[in-house]
Write a new protein. Structure first.
Length: 249
């Protein structure tokens, strides 16, 4: 409390975040389907409220390599998973409600999760998050993009597990949608607290990440082209999701 009796305002990064994570049938943005999902409010101390965790029946076989990562088999998803359209409505409801009131949504490697969500909505005839927010899918926080921006030349992997250890965040059950979502929220918070250059209004930080994500993709694209000797390699550069070129079936 200040000397005149006024209560100091809380920094926005020390307020509640909405954490978002998907586990899927694969990594292809156009073909992969949602298997599990989580959207949950995460308080500054890491506790949750309003958690929505769903097991989804993707309607296709879940490859063994995907099951080996997240632990969900085709049989499990078929027997107890909810219909994709029902899951998508619930997910976009929570996400759009948060974004409408400017609660930051955190997703680790947001380009993947938000693009998969967009394609699944289009596939199942559900209004997309972009449509529900009138094109304002913001503010989004992506620990993967933020970390590469502030510590560009650090060697080694930048997985959720590695970054959890680096930023002192507990990750109890990697590749569980809820565990990953909560860890991502706390990593984002830790990065912003540590690097003062990120302590700007959430809307400005979102715009900065659009630029940083594009620069990072260009750099990685250049690396792959030189490494493989293939000048035709092109990586997605849009963030937080890649706009759809066509309706998927």
């Amino acid at each position: 409390m200040s000397g005149n009796g006024a209560v100091a305002a809380t920094n926005w990064w020390d307020s509640v975040f909405l954490a978002f994570d998907l586990e899927t049938t694969g990594t292809d943005l156009g073909e992969s389907r949602i298997v599990t999902s989580c959207v949950t409010m995460v308080k500054p101390d890491g506790t949750q409220e309003g958690e929505l965790e769903l097991l989804v029946n993707p309607g296709v076989e879940i490859p063994t390599e995907a099951s080996d990562v997240h632990g969900i088999t085709t049989e499990m998803a078929t027997e107890t998973g909810v219909a994709p359209a029902d899951a998508l409505v619930a997910l976009t409801n929570m996400l759009s409600d948060a974004l409408t009131v400017q609660i930051p949504v955190v997703a680790f490697n947001a380009r993947f999760d938000f693009t998969i969500l967009d394609r699944e909505c289009r596939r199942h005839g559900v209004p997309t998050l972009d449509e529900r927010t009138a094109g304002l899918v913001r503010p989004v926080l992506d620990p993967f993009v933020l970390d590469k921006a502030v510590d560009k030349y650090r060697k080694g992997k930048r997985t959720l597990e590695v970054m959890s250890k680096l930023y002192g965040v507990e990750l109890r059950n990697a590749h569980n949608a809820t565990a990953d979502a909560v860890a991502a929220a706390q990593i984002a918070r830790a990065i912003i607290r540590r690097f003062r250059g990120l302590q700007m209004p959430a809307e400005r930080l979102h715009e900065a990440q659009v630029i940083w994500a594009r620069q990072q993709a260009v750099s990685l694209e250049r690396y792959f082209r030189e490494k493989d000797g293939d000048r035709t390699i092109v990586l997605d550069k849009d963030w937080p999701f890649v706009p759809a070129a066509e309706v998927l079936v």
